[in-house]
Design a protein around this ligand. Structure first.
Ligand SMILES: [Zn+2]
Length: 832
């Protein structure tokens, strides 16, 4: 008997996609009624685009809430390449935040979230470049996989596959891959290895969700011929919810907090337009699902289920939802008798939730710890409360990862809670919690995920759960609850957070990059953190033998979980120019722990943890530096001053309002941070002081500003016009326009070698027009484009030098790119 239960459990474990919201859902009667209506609609739509925020939440909310369709959003990337408006996380950690923001957005608009393995590597001008940096074959495979597993009747592309070059290359690529997938997804010879886990599938039709944006202006779009377009009126007012469709969409969009996409809902009629691209053309231009049976009749033997559930829908009693439970349970049994199918899985998940909701069944599985280490025992508190007259018996509970049954049968009487505590052994080899796409290192363009079945899944897999086997009106139904951490916060009240499985100890090296520009040693601080109480061990640094570290290891003792200790090492570089990896290794009872635990905690998402190798880079440079004192005026924020200090310069970060002619006297160079002239109004009033500083024989270096409003028209001593020119291909060949210029020769000889290993891009917002006083130094361009000569411009002004550069020093220096350091040293040394 128990074996049989366990079997059910395993199946549920892997099929349940978005069903484990951490906060227990407590649906009201209106929400339950909407769920029942949705139970009676068997049709699905997949929306495809490239980034978190590309999706049209108005359309997703409409499809999910008005049409009641299964609605998916496949975002090819997790948005790892963008800016973060709420904190310091960038790249993969930003991808983790945006993943959670999308999951939260879908909870509001009712959609399901999917991703591919593609990495949002940064701006790309065209799909050719995008599909080269992404592994096109892998991304296409993931699009095909998502279609085969989600089985949409209709696919809608956000972008136009015919207009390469007019938008981000990722955007056009998403549409191109969707079109290609649509044609081949039903071919069993296409990605045949996927068919071990899924089936071929042919969506009925493919659309492009056009809008005024693709026409250049609202006026042009209003005037265009729309007779061939499918028109959906998405301005529904959901009276039972008290919200317009657009208001729901705005709430969903406002989850994108890291992008600052707070959105205000609107009301009233509004239309969305779809251009038919492929498949069976719709005759009725207002019905996406025309010719598709979206009733229970589409499932073999589904007819009686549809009839029964139609009765449940029409007899639904808003004052007593539990009156529907007997028929819902009958329908559940009928669904279980169906042959295995896509809709059987989806509708089983849905109806289980509806049965729980209608009977007021409250289930909870919580712990009072947020983290646990493998090999330890977890105490799980469970609660089962039946809050209706429904006949219910708790037959068994079981837990994963280790099966443990409770053999008592408990009668669940109306409004009498049953509580218990289960002890759950976490096996010593249990995997740590980590975003599955970050477990292995990928490439610039791709995350690496080897398990086909994980691909597409939005969230981190958390595999500690409790199963409740409850007999309702004689039918045994399994309910799954993820085990979560619950506590009471004096301010916020009841708080739920995910439970994480963590290493016994983690460590972190204080800086990401250490620059050694001479033979002097540096101190490296390592923080060691315990994952449980009473941890003793040693920590050491692992680096190549021609670098020296002392001491060889440092012992530590930590009494309390989450406490940290610091270990300080002295590292001396090798004499040769080199780049090394410095790893921190914690050893406890003969076992090595090499991971760094990064916590990501914001109020709008569940707390996330990322485990990464605990390492830093050590870079031995042989750069000649001149001019020692630099005044740095911060713009939107960058880490350039820290890198300059690592090179050995004396750097003072100044606010623009603090600038005085007298105060600058001691400095050799003034440098402005990225976008300083876009954001700091005070600079407008200090510009004459800065230009006089140059005139009197000093150097000013201005890093990139965007084409948005500048605080002054007199950015430079001579006319200069900033454009949107950029070189995004970081490996693009760099040509020297003024090879004899000191900036390429003194004190460091700059060669093509110095432009190797740059990250993400060469530079951005280069000027495209400048006065003849300026000397352009470098020229480069992306494949197929005209040369861009504005990356580095020098002008003598009075006795000094003014330098404007769009080169992305703000990215390259913190990443420890040697060539960027050498060139920066020459900029600083100019005029000496
Ligand atoms: Zn986008």
């Amino acid at each position: 008997m128990q074996k049989r239960y366990y079997f059910i459990l395993v199946i549920f474990f892997f099929s349940a996609q978005n069903s484990w919201s951490q906060q227990p859902k407590k649906p009201n009667a209106v929400e339950l009624y909407n769920q029942i209506q949705k139970l009676n609609f068997l049709g699905s739509v997949l929306y495809i685009a490239a980034h978190p925020d590309d999706e049209n939440t108005r359309l997703i909310a409409y499809l999910s809430n008005d049409i009641k369709a299964e609605t998916g959003y496949l975002s090819l990337t997790r948005g790892d390449g963008g800016q973060n408006l709420i904190g310091p996380e960038l790249r993969e950690q930003l991808g983790v935040i945006r993943t959670q923001e999308l999951i939260e957005a879908r909870k509001i608009d009712g959609g399901k979230q999917f991703f591919t393995r593609a990495n949002d590597f940064g701006f790309s001008k065209n799909p050719e470049e995008t599909l080269q940096i992404w592994d096109k074959d892998q991304v296409l495979s993931d699009v095909v996989w998502t279609i085969r597993t989600f089985q949409p009747d209709v696919i809608i592309n956000r972008f136009d596959h015919r207009t390469a070059g007019t938008t981000h290359g990722h955007h056009t690529s998403s549409a191109l891959l969707s079109v290609e997938a649509f044609d081949k997804v039903n071919d069993p010879t296409f990605y045949p290895s996927q068919l071990a886990y899924t089936t071929i599938w042919q969506p009925k039709r493919l659309f492009f969700n056009t809008s005024w944006w693709f026409y250049g202006s609202k006026e042009k779009f209003d005037a265009s011929d729309k007779s061939k377009l499918t028109k959906l009126s998405i301005g529904t007012y959901y009276a039972s919810l008290g919200k317009s469709n657009q208001e729901i969409a705005a709430l969903s969009r406002s989850r994108h907090q890291s992008q600052g996409f707070g959105s205000t809902g609107s009301r009233g009629e509004e239309d969305e337009y779809l251009e038919f691209l492929k498949g069976a053309a719709p005759n009725d231009s207002n019905n996406l699902f025309e010719g598709i049976d979206t009733s229970w009749n589409r499932v073999p033997n589904g007819k009686p289920i549809g009839e029964l559930l139609a009765k449940v829908e029409s007899n639904f009693d808003f004052k007593n939802p539990s009156a529907s439970v007997p028929d819902l349970v009958k329908a559940y049994s009928l669904i279980q008798e169906l042959e295995s199918s896509h809709w059987k899985t989806i509708k089983t998940e849905e109806i289980i939730k509806i049965i729980a909701g209608c009977s007021g069944l409250y289930l909870e599985a919580t712990t009072d710890v947020q983290e646990i280490t493998p090999g330890s025992t977890l105490k799980v508190k469970l609660e089962v409360t039946n809050r209706s007259a429904t006949s219910m018996k708790l037959m068994d509970t079981a837990s994963v990862p280790v099966y443990k049954a409770n053999e008592k049968i408990i009668e669940l009487k109306n409004n009498v809670p049953y509580t218990a505590t289960n002890e759950l052994e976490i096996p010593a080899d249990f995997e740590y919690t980590n975003a599955y796409w970050l477990k292995q290192s990928g490439t610039v363009g791709m995350y690496r995920v080897d398990n086909q079945k994980s691909i597409g899944h939005a969230d981190v897999f958390r595999q500690i759960a409790l199963l409740f086997y409850i007999e309702i009106y004689g039918t045994l139904i399994p309910f799954t609850k993820e085990v979560v951490y619950k506590y009471n916060d004096d301010v916020k009240g009841e708080v739920f957070q995910p439970l994480d499985v963590v290493p016994l100890a983690t460590s972190a090296i204080a800086e990401k990059v250490y620059i050694f520009n001479n033979d002097h040693s540096k101190t490296l601080t390592v923080k060691v953190k315990a994952g449980k109480d009473n941890v003793n061990g040693i920590v050491r640094l692992d680096l190549p033998t021609n670098w020296k570290v002392s001491p060889a290891s440092i012992p530590f003792t930590i009494d309390k979980k989450d406490q940290e200790v610091m270990a300080v090492f002295t590292v001396s570089p090798s004499n040769e120019a080199s780049e090394i990896s410095i790893k921190s290794v914690v050893t406890i009872d003969g076992n090595d722990f090499t991971q760094n635990k990064i916590e990501i905690n914001y109020p709008h998402i569940y707390k996330q943890m990322v485990l990464k190798p605990a390492e830093a880079r050590g870079i031995r440079l042989k750069i000649k530096t001149k001019n020692e004192k630099i005044a740095y005026i911060m713009g939107v924020g960058d880490e350039v001053p820290k890198s300059l200090m690592q090179m050995g310069y004396e750097v003072k970060v100044l606010k623009a309002e603090e600038i005085t002619a007298e105060g600058l006297k001691d400095f050799d160079v003034v440098m402005t941070g990225i976008r300083a002239y876009n954001v700091d109004n005070a600079l407008a009033f200090k510009q004459s002081i800065l230009l006089d500083f140059v005139k009197n024989g000093k150097t000013m270096i201005v890093q990139y500003n965007t084409t948005d409003d500048l605080v002054t028209k007199n950015l430079a001593p001579y006319p200069l016009k900033i454009s949107k020119d950029r070189v995004t291909e970081e490996h693009a060949e760099v040509r020297f326009l003024a090879p004899k210029n000191a900036v390429l020769n003194y004190p460091n000889k700059i060669t093509a070698e110095d432009f190797k290993g740059w990250k993400q891009e060469q530079g951005l917002y280069y000027p495209n027009e400048w006065d003849s006083h300026f000397t352009p130094i470098l020229s480069a361009n992306d494949t197929g484009e005209k040369p861009k000569d504005g990356a580095l411009l020098l002008a003598e002004y009075g006795k000094g030098t003014y330098i404007y550069t769009g080169l992305s020093f703000f990215r390259e220096l913190p990443e420890g790119v040697p060539g960027a350091f050498r060139l920066m040293a020459n900029l600083i040394a100019i005029g000496k």
